[in-house]
Design a protein. Sequence first.
Length: 562
Amino acid sequence: MEKNRKLTDGLTVRPQISPADMAEAAAAGFRAVICNRPDGEGADQPTFEEIQNAASAAGIEARYLPVTSGTVRDQDAAEFGKVLAELPKPVLAYCRTGTRSATLWALSEAGSRPLPDILARTQAAGYDMAGVVRRIANGGRTPTETGDASHDVVIVGGGAAGISVAASLIARVRNLDVAIIDPADVHYYQPGWTMVGGGIFNADETAKTMASLIPQGVRWIKSGVAAFEPKADAVILDGCRVVKYKRLIVCPGLKLDWHGVEGLVDTLGRNCVTSNYRYDLAPYTWELVQGLRSGKAVFTQPPMPIKCAGAPQKAMYLSADHWRRTGCLKDIDVGFYNAGGVLFGVKEYVPALMEYVERYDAKLNFFHRLTAIDGPAKKAWFEVAKPDAEPETVEVGFDMIHVCPPQTAPDFVRVSPFADSAGWVDVDQETLRHKEYSNVWSLGDVVNAPNAKTAAAARKQAPIVAENVVADMAGRAQEARYDGYGSCPLTVERGKIVLAEFGYGGKLLPSFPGWLIDGTRPSRLAWLLKERFLPPIYWRAMLRGREWLAKPEKVSAGSTGA
C-alpha cells in the first residue's frame, strides 16, 4: 500500500482505495478505515458498501464520514476527531486524494496540537496544509485577498471540456499562463463506455493518465475545488489553498447522484444491477448481457438533463441485438422505463429508433421514474406521473437492470454565485460567457444552455470559449457563438448507428452530406465513424487543440454577447 501517508502512529491517510486493498490493509496492521469520500463522486469509484463488505471480511471496522470535496466544515472536523478517538488504532482514512482526510485531521487537532507540528506532519506526508493553518489562524475563514498561486486563465475541470479548451487556448496564444484544476489521476473517454457494455471496446481502451493529456505549458493543479469567490477573482481549493485568476473557465462536468435512487448504491455491480455510467461497471453490463438467456431486462432513464441522453437506450439496443443474434431474444422481455414522455427529443430521429424498438419487441414505459431498487429481491419501483393522472408507484421485477442515475451539477457549483436556480452555471447560450461575471466562461455538462450534454458538444464549445477569452484579453467583443450543436451516435445494432446531430431548438446540424451519412437512418458508415475514427479524433485532435469540424462561427462585429 505504497500510497499510504502516515500522520501519526494512530492515523494514516491515502487516496481512494479498492475492496481488494482491504486484505493488504489488514496484513499491514490497520484495524479500522474511515471513508471521507461521498459515493458517486467519481466515475471509477467503488461505493462505501463495497469497501465495507471487504473490510468486514478482513476483520477491519469501517465508518462512513463523507465530506463533499472542498467543503470541510468545522463540525465535520469535530466529528472526524470523535470517530477517530472511538475507533481501534491504527486507522486508515481515505478520500479521492487524501487531502480531505488530512484536512479533517488538521482541523480536528487545531485546539490540542501546535500549528507548526500540524504543518510539519502534513507536509511530510505530502499534503500542503498551509491554507488550513491560515484558516485556523483566521478564526475559521479562508482569506482570499492574496493567493497561493495566480494565473491569467484558470480552468476548473480536466475532463473533455477542460483539456480541450486549454489546448485551444494554447494553440491561439502559445505562452499564455493557463492552469487546470482537477484532482483525478485518470481521464476517461466516457462515450466509449456504451461500447464496453456492448462488448465492442475493452474498458482499458477508454482510460489514459491525466498527466499524459495536460497540454504542454499548462500547469496542472491536482486538487478539488471547495468554493468560488468571484468578487476576489479567487478559487478556494481542498486544503484551503487559494488560486487567483484574471479569467476563469468552469467545466467540472456533472455529478452522478447514485443516492438519488433508494437502495441503488447497496447493489450496484452485483445482483444483476449495472450501469454503463461507471467505468468499472460497463464490463459487468456485457457480462450480464452474455449470461441472460431468458427473463426480464429493464433499462431506465431519469429526468433530464443527463449526460448523453441517448446512452440509456443505446444500452438497450446493443443488448437486444446480442440476444437477437444468439437466438434468445424471443425469451427475453425487454422494457425501457423513461421518466420523460418521448423516446428521443428530436422528432426526426424517432421513426428510425422506433423500427428497432419494434424489431426487439421492447416495451416503452414513459413517465416512469426509478425511485427504489432491491437487488437481492430483483425488484424495482417506479413513480409513474402521467399527464392528467394521479401519480402512482409500480413494482417491476427484473432479471437484469441497467440503471442511468439522476444527475446534477457538482455540489460546489450548485451553491456558488455562478449557479442558476437549478444549480447549473448561468451562461449566455451563444458566447458561453457568464451572465453576471464578465471574466468567467463555462462549457461542457455543467452549463445551463439548452443543449445536449455530450462530448461532441464540448468539442464544439471549447474553441468558441477559447476564441472569446482571447478576444476579451485583446479588448474585443465576443466574436464566436455556439449554436447548440450536440451529437448522439445511437448504436441501434452492432454495425449500425443512427447519427443524431442537432442544435438549439432541435435544428438538424449534420456534419456530412446526406448522400454520405443520412443521420435519420441507420448507417454502417456512422458505425465505422463511432468505432474507428471518433476515439482517435478525441485523443489526438480534440484534446490537442486541433479543431476538426469545430471552427468557431463568428458573430457580427457589433454584438457583445452578454
